[in-house]
Write a protein of this length. Sequence first.
Length: 490
Amino acid sequence: MATLPSPILVFPSNKFRSSTSFSRILEYQPRKKTINGVFSKSNELLRPIVKLVDRWKEIHGQDDWQGMLDPIDPLLRAELIRYGEMAQACYDAFDYDPFSKYCGSSRYTHHKFFESLGLSKLGYNITRYLYATTNINLPNFFKQSKWSKVWSRNANWIGYVAVSNDETSMLLGRRDITIAWRGTVTRLEWIADLMDYLRPIKSNKIPCPDPTVKVESGFLDLYTNKDINCLYCKYSAREQVLSEIRRMIQMYPNEELSITIAGHSLGAALAILSAYDIVETGVDIRTDGESIPLCVYSFSGPRVGNVRFKNRLEGLGVKVLRVVNVHDTVPKVPGLLFNEHVPPFMQKIAEGIPWNYSHVGVELALDHKSSPFLKDTSDLSCFHNLEAHLHLLDGYHGKSNEFKLTSKRDPALVNKAADFLKDEYLVPPKWRQDENKGMVRNEEGLWMQPDRPKLEDHPPDTHHHLKQLGLATEDHYTPALLLHAIDPKT
């Protein structure tokens, strides 16, 4: 087997390979079933890898990825997988267990997040967790504990903001600020929760000069709603993101910066909505007047708004690359009848219809039937699975090219939370779980759930940065802090 060149920012994907050294991961030997004809033997792996520092703006969408998708640019593929794994980390860290008193939160503190998931080699530090109030009409997205004493009655963890460390920034060619949004790992019931009508984006106080720019009302509420009586969602997800981006830009005033937002499923909708907001609000503008390049990598995301929203977003210079599986239903909604595929004259006629939606950006369409690893199934949740998308990316070379895995990314990851691999590979479905489901024995030999460190809420200077942006009001913190002093579980 030929020796692989040293990669640029190709990192292990999760804690289940964390015990293997980085060099051994690159020397991963496939199962006997997969050796012949599945992994690429082309010169692509043997030629020197172009440093990302020289091409990051192109990879970030400077030219809308023209000529980079078919055949796919190897460096772009690697970056899509890398950011996809940062979105996947939200699923791997989220506590779904209704019998856990920490259900709905991250299982790890932000200081040890990547380390706990075996992702230290990503070279990013989380600067802030993101929370949303559960008091909106998306019951199948939020998770609630059965315990009476819980970490919060009204909040769910929905993502994080991270920044590249010094070493990684040198490899990237800039300091990268990343926002990763949690979506829905397999269950698709949240689609039924969509109110499926468009609302002016200005109605939730997001600035826009055009009152006809509209987005799906459920996404808008998830992004902008808050609960001033809850410690974790006293700020809306919007306020959390804008204040943190402002803080990061001020922290690195003399460095070249980028903003990269990644999300899967419902998280992809939040990625697009937050990208629009950052640029429309002007948070991406530095003190010298220069704007920071902003890019969205969307995985299996739904439509977010109408054609006016699409035109405004793209007119602001927001770059969006949408990775989809052609058999997945989620990218086809909302807007089954009226969308970007209908003739222009019909789009014009349907402009005022409240269910006329349009996708944004550039699409990279994948087909799970091209992978020899994946079984023939009718399970729609498999088609939507993020790990499956990353697997498809790893083997994608172009629409007419044969599927060949390139990075030795373990196909077993597909079955982490799904039943999608063919049975002959002997990878059990939905294999990822904590030992004893997180239960440990106490000093008396009794099984119990261990306590976790106190969950972080918000940086103390959040209000300060919101005030700089003209978004602060006194109700952001006073009632919540007073109530928290009485009941710490709010």
